[in-house]
Write a protein that binds this ligand. Structure first.
Ligand SMILES: [Zn+2]
Length: 214
């Protein structure tokens, strides 16, 4: 059920994949990188919306699904198999987790992430991992149009995201589920635009400016 491309299988962290039964994450993130996001406010709004349920292990960063979860996330197909109830034996039910906020923009990608496209000439940056390195540079020289491209403006085709804050929903296969408008409006109520993408384990989160993670 996992799809791993040829250029990803060489990556050593893909070895962890077999130990995790999570088919993937639906990941939300604010895109402007300008307005500071206050996570407790976002959590309060999403709790009132009943996307979020109780906290996992008293964590204020990870939550069980709320009572209206399936009204706020639309699953394709007639019978979604998403496990909403907590399992005693394995931590493989659906949870919602917050990452950050970080002091600088991070790129969130996974085993399913494909090379991005240049927003100017649509050239596919096949060697983006080598070009971006670790930590990822904030600009990439596009071999197609020879212009410097801001990493955050690359077209990741919903298979990676760049932000200082992420909210991931586990147990979602890529493309299987989409948010309804009322969930996006709730996220964007203070004027910040949010977007979403699909990520499969292992998650890789790294800074794109060279600054250390706060
Ligand atoms: Zn280009």
């Amino acid at each position: 059920m996992y799809s791993i491309s040829y250029h990803i299988t060489r990556h050593p962290i893909s070895l962890y994949l077999a130990a995790n039964m999570n088919p993937g994450y639906l990941a939300f993130y604010p895109v402007s990188h300008e307005a500071p996001i206050h996570i407790p406010d976002v959590i309060l709004r999403l709790t009132e919306l009943r996307l979020l349920g109780s906290a996992v292990n008293d964590s204020q960063k990870q939550f069980h699904t709320g009572s209206d979860f399936l009204q706020l996330i639309t699953f394709m197909g007639c019978s979604p198999a998403i496990p909403l109830e907590k399992s005693d034996t394995r931590n493989d039910h659906c949870t919602i987790k917050f990452w950050g906020p970080y002091g600088s923009p991070q790129i969130l990608c996974g085993s399913n992430t494909r090379p991005p496209r240049c927003p100017l000439c649509r050239h596919t940056l096949l060697t983006w991992k080598e070009e971006t390195g670790t930590p990822t540079n904030s600009t990439i020289d596009c071999p197609g149009c020879r212009r410097p491209i801001e990493t955050r403006t690359l077209n990741w085709r919903q298979l990676a995201g760049i932000s200082q804050l992420f909210m991931t929903i586990s147990q979602v296969f890529p493309g299987e589920a989409v948010p309804v408008d009322s969930l996006m409006r709730c996220l964007e109520v203070d004027g910040e635009k949010w977007d979403y993408c699909y990520i499969q384990d292992p998650i890789l989160l790294q800074p794109i400016t060279g600054d250390s993670v706060s």
